[in-house]
Design a protein around this ligand. Structure first.
Ligand SMILES: *Cc1c(COP(=O)(O)O)cnc(C)c1O
Length: 392
């Protein structure tokens, strides 16, 4: 019997040929495929600019720096996310705060953001995470951020292809300064490793380009040292300037060729995932013990994960045993996520998960079940049957 993991990428012969072609092209690191990927995603999501980088984590890091956060300031995010959403603020030397989730959506609650903004000074960046692909309430978060003069960076690592209520795509930055995506293999499209930032702000775009490449001037950035740059009124052909402290967060042409080839299939990927999600929704809608975690917004989601909430005690079991039983039947599951404030590093900074009761309650009940493009209907049916049997 074939093992069914909780998530998996899909690679076809076009993807393989795209990578082989780039190996024959003469470019390995940053070459023409980088801009092709940037332009394709910018136009798909409806943003002016896109900057591709080596990972979603790198994207979050330089986005936080481009937002201009200072060490005495705070980055506010959801407790239910991958650790990278919060770590971005720590990389920039800043403080972190969390606002509890809305149990209906598992997204950061706009009401909880509002009370944090009222009770705390110095929140500079808000990072809403579109959990499992479901867009956060960006209109309300945008209003709150503007009132507090905070910058919004959307963590859309789960949400390539997701749509806001306005009809625009996540990444268009209609209520944010920047949006980040990830091309980790388990995400919507795979690059091996990779990430991307979209923005409509030219100054931010230029800053991101510099931060990606060692802080060296890019495009037609003004040079700061004329006497070094120019001789006899001509620019010296070798001359460049490192104008700030940047990084090597370049993405390779190999990775971008794969991502571009994957991106051509995005509509098919999303359509299949949506179908699978609705089939799961129907199967679990009227169950007592196991329920879909995100009941609404199926048509708007980027469908990254399929998450259930279960009262394992009611089924006379524990989550760990339930997962082991499924595993022995060839079915992989996972928990997304351990609340970020529960990790030892964040506890060491003084956080306690009990301060986020909805996140903690959700964490105790959460289970992500197999959900990916290549999951066949009969395999999905096996997953559903196994879940039904085990809950009784
Ligand atoms: C995957 C992920 C990231 C980080 O992306 P990488 O490309 O793996 O660095 C950030 N935030 C969230 C919510 C993610 O799921």
């Amino acid at each position: 019997m074939k093992f069914i993991p909780y998530g998996k990428h899909h690679i076809d012969t076009d993807d393989i040929e795209a990578v082989i072609d780039v190996l024959k092209s003469g470019w390995l690191t940053q070459g023409p495929m980088v801009e092709i990927l940037e332009n394709a995603i910018a136009s798909y999501v409806g943003a002016k600019y896109a900057v591709a980088v080596s990972s979603g984590t790198a994207a979050l890091h330089i986005a936080a720096l481009a937002a201009g956060i200072e060490p005495h300031e705070t980055l506010l995010t959801s407790p239910i996310t991958f650790v990278a959403s919060a770590n971005a603020g720590r990389y920039a030397g800043a403080k972190i705060a969390f606002a509890d989730i809305d149990p209906e959506t598992i997204n950061i609650s706009a009401t909880a953001i509002e009370s944090k903004l009222q009770s705390m000074d110095g929140i500079k960046i808000i990072v809403p995470v579109h959990f499992a692909g479901l867009p956060c309430d960006m209109e309300r978060i945008g209003v709150l951020a503007r009132q507090a003069s905070a910058v919004v960076i959307e963590d859309a690592a789960h949400a390539l292809g997701a749509i806001y209520p306005s009809g625009k795509r996540v990444g268009s930055c209609e209520n944010s300064l920047m949006t980040i995506f990830s091309f980790h293999p388990v995400k919507a499209i795979a690059a091996g490793e990779g990430g991307l930032i979209t923005t409509n702000d030219e100054a931010v775009y230029r800053k991101l380009l510099r931060l990606r490449g060692h802080g060296i001037n890019k495009l037609d950035d003004a040079l700061l040292q004329d006497e070094w740059a120019v001789e006899n009124s001509l620019k010296n052909p070798w001359y460049y300037e490192m104008q700030e402290l940047g990084f090597n967060y370049r993405i390779t042409d190999i990775q971008c060729a794969l991502a571009v080839s994957q991106f051509r299939k995005i509509d098919n990927f999303l359509e299949r995932r949506k179908t699978l999600a609705k089939q799961y929704d129907n199967a679990f809608a009227s169950q007592d013990v196991i329920k879909p975690a995100q009941v609404s917004g199926r048509d708007a989601s980027g469908h990254h994960l399929y998450v259930l909430r279960a009262d394992f005690g009611k089924a006379g079991t524990s989550r760990a045993d339930f997962m082991r039983q499924l595993f022995s039947r060839g079915i992989g599951t996972q928990v997304h996520y351990i609340p970020v404030p529960a990790h030892p590093y964040y506890r060491g900074l003084g956080f306690i998960p009990e301060d986020y009761p909805e996140a903690l309650k959700y964490y105790r009940e959460a289970l992500s079940i197999p959900f990916y493009y290549d999951l066949a209907d009969d395999e999905q049916q096996n997953v559903i049957s196994a879940m039904m049997e085990l809950q009784n």
